[in-house]
Design a protein around this ligand. Structure first.
Ligand code: AMP
Length: 214
């Protein structure tokens, strides 16, 4: 390739990247512990071919791999507390950076604080893209407790097995995470989804909302 061809190729590649970033479908899948974010993420990945980023899964993989990040995260997760923002934001951004070719992302379990939401906005803006919608799974609290109890029998998650830790996760959600919905409401990006019903019914509601708004 001569220098002129190389430059033309570079410009074309940059143009394509910018166009792709502008048209990305980036979804925040939101909801309290036990709302079904993980299960429904699977359905969205299959249907829309998006990259799935679950901060809880990434922390659990680090715990399994006995990394320093895993040790730090475990000390918070075992109590049902949030891992500090600075650590979580840095980890999330580095995971996004690893997926240059993604058509879009499902953010599952992130953002969980207002600081994380603001950091995600700034980060995506710097990459020429933004959150398309927050889809919030709405489930009454008594059903959440039943689901978590049931999940504890199969998930192998220490934080599902202890009722005090479950209660703390729900309290932390109500105190620190629920207000994040307001951040997206203010941008007209909030879509509440009835999270009660069969997995298939809830998936259909999510698909219908995405197809209508995206
Ligand atoms: P999850 O798998 O989403 O239920 O998350 C399990 C645990 O991981 C949470 O209870 C927190 O301790 C930690 N965690 C996951 N995502 C975040 C986040 N965005 N910010 C802080 N801590 C998180």
């Amino acid at each position: 390739m001569n220098p002129k061809q190389w430059w033309l190729f570079r410009i074309f590649a940059l143009f394509r990247k910018e166009k792709r970033q502008k048209h990305m479908l980036n979804i925040v899948l939101f909801g309290p512990p036990g709302a079904g974010k993980g299960t429904q993420s699977e359905n969205l990945i299959t249907k829309y071919g998006l990259a799935h980023l679950s901060t809880g899964d990434i922390f659990r993989a680090n715990i399994k791999g006995e990394t320093d990040l895993g040790k730090l995260a475990k000390s918070y997760m075992d109590k049902g507390e949030l891992v500090p923002d600075s650590v979580t934001i840095q980890m999330l951004e580095s995971e996004v950076n690893k997926r240059e070719d993604a058509k879009g992302f499902i953010f599952d379990g992130f953002p969980r604080t207002s600081a994380q939401a603001a950091a995600l906005d700034a980060f995506l803006t710097s990459r020429g893209t933004s959150i398309t919608y927050m889809l919030a799974l709405e489930v009454p609290e008594d059903q959440l407790r039943d689901r978590l109890k049931h999940r504890a029998e199969t998930s192998g998650r220490a934080d599902d097995a202890n009722p005090e830790v479950i209660q703390n996760r729900i309290d932390v959600y109500n105190r620190e995470t629920a207000p994040v919905a307001g951040f997206y409401r203010d941008q007209d990006k909030y879509q509440g989804i009835n999270g009660v019903g069969s997995i298939e019914e809830i998936a259909e509601r999510l698909f219908a909302t995405i197809d209508q708004v995206a």
